[in-house]
Design a protein around this ligand. Structure first.
Ligand SMILES: Cc1cc2nc3c(=O)[nH]c(=O)nc-3n(C[C@H](O)[C@H](O)[C@H](O)COP(=O)(O)OP(=O)(O)OC[C@H]3O[C@@H](n4cnc5c(N)ncnc54)[C@H](O)[C@@H]3O)c2cc1C
Length: 398
């Protein structure tokens, strides 16, 4: 029996996807990878097991390396290209989807909403502090009875003189309990509008969602608004339709389609390493043909996911990326990552179910990622609509 090669090819090097990246993009990716290796990886299993995240400290550290709202320009943001943002998400999610969620919600949902639809005053007030990680944001769209169809939301804001009075609730809101500011979407007489709500406003309450078995290193909350009085200046002036929150979600989904490649990569690396070092039947597990078939299939699937992400990243940087293409990437790459995680988990046998290895954590996290930011089914229907011209999730009109 010959020994395995001393330095097997890294799974993502197999397809040389990095050849598609510029030196600057690779340098940014390395900064985030080094940060993750030093500050995140050693702690993540403990945070996950405890169901806690030192989010405030982490936000400052992440702000320090410039990843919060990194693809936005000015207002203290790094102003990188979209591909670099995607690569940063990949390195964070290679540690844990909860950490990437913290960054996605801050940069792509809360900051992007203010950046794209806010007044100059709102941008000056919030964006520099949010980019530095000194202020945290959350994004409230989903409600207990309005998930895949946010137009059914009941939260509403009514005029009272110049002020607004906000009533209602939101469910499953990432960062809700630790946020300084919430972007809340509500029905108004004008349509669906976004409100910039400081979380210390009287009548605003956040309740922690407990007993999660997925994204345990991420804070998830219910938000309740009881006669929250807001000044006229709280409304995001530039949008009055669902296009507002949906365009923010498109930004965040772009980060996800890169991020989950990181989770798949970590599962695969762990499985290969384990199978090279564990022996059964007098040989390394990696020496069995069945094992190599799994490893080869997973490396090709992960590489294809990375190629798709890099392609969509390039389209985004050329301002050519369309929403249905983001759906293709989110749907394909999350499903791919889940499949890789499940197969990798089994390759560790009993060890695969413990937090000593990252795979079961990734696997459980990816169940949330499969559901949030548009479920797998809704993205399928978006692609179906693009291909047939028929929106299967709306009233059918012949
Ligand atoms: C951990 C976590 C964090 C989250 N963070 C946020 C956040 O920060 N902000 C926020 O606003 N939301 C957040 N969400 C909410 C998330 O976006 C919703 O859970 C998601 O949109 C699905 O809504 P739902 O849970 O109500 O499921 P439902 O919409 O009730 O769907 C249940 C099932 O039915 C399927 N389904 C629904 N409609 C159709 C259809 N037309 N055809 C076929 N199948 C259909 C769905 O695909 C799904 O499989 C988060 C969720 C989780 C789990």
């Amino acid at each position: 029996m010959s020994k395995p090669p001393a330095a097997p090819i890294h799974p993502l090097v197999l397809m040389q996807v990095e050849a598609r990246l510029t030196e600057e993009q690779k340098a940014i990716q390395n900064v985030v990878r080094d940060f993750a290796a030093k500050e995140l990886k050693p702690n993540i299993a403990g945070w996950y097991e405890d169901g806690q995240l030192p989010a405030r400290d982490l936000a400052k550290a992440l702000g320090g390396i410039g990843v919060l709202g990194m693809h936005l320009k000015n207002y203290g943001c790094a102003g990188t290209d979209a591909m670099s943002y995607g690569l940063a998400c990949m390195e964070l999610e290679a540690v844990d989807s909860g950490l990437r969620s913290l960054v996605s919600v801050q940069g792509s949902l809360a900051m992007f909403a203010i950046y794209k639809f806010g007044s100059e005053e709102q941008k000056q007030e919030w964006l520099p502090r949010m980019a530095a990680g000194e202020a945290l944001g959350c994004f409230g769209l989903t409600e207990a009875d309005a998930g895949s169809n946010p137009s059914e939301m009941r939260t509403n804001a009514k005029r009272d003189g110049d002020d607004w009075i906000l009533n209602g609730s939101k469910m499953w809101i990432t960062n809700g309990n630790i946020a300084d500011v919430a972007i809340v979407w509500a029905h108004t007489d004008n349509g669906i509008e976004g409100f910039v709500v400081p979380t210390n406003t009287p009548g605003f309450k956040a309740n922690l969602v407990k007993h999660k078995m997925s994204l345990r290193a991420s804070i998830t909350s219910e938000l309740v608004f009881e006669n929250v009085r807001l000044p006229a200046s709280a409304v995001l002036p530039e949008v009055q339709t669902l296009r507002g929150p949906l365009s923010c979600l498109s930004e965040a989904r772009f980060g996800i389609l890169f991020g989950v490649v990181g989770a798949a990569r970590d599962c695969l690396e762990t499985a290969i390493d384990y199978q090279l070092n564990r022996h059964q039947f007098n040989r390394p597990l990696a020496a069995f043909q069945l094992s190599q078939q799994k490893i080869a299939d997973m490396a090709i699937a992960t590489g294809n996911g990375m190629l798709l992400a890099a392609h969509l990243g390039k389209l985004k940087d050329q301002h050519l990326l369309r929403p249905e293409q983001v759906s293709v990437g989110k749907k394909n790459n999350v499903r791919m990552a889940l499949e890789v995680a499940r197969e990798s988990r089994s390759m560790l046998g009993g060890s695969g179910i413990t937090l000593e290895y990252p795979i079961i954590r990734h696997m459980n996290n990816l169940e949330s990622v499969y559901t949030y930011e548009g479920t797998n089914e809704i993205h399928t229907l978006v692609v179906g609509q693009a291909l047939t011209g028929i929106a299967a999730y709306a009233d059918y009109k012949a």
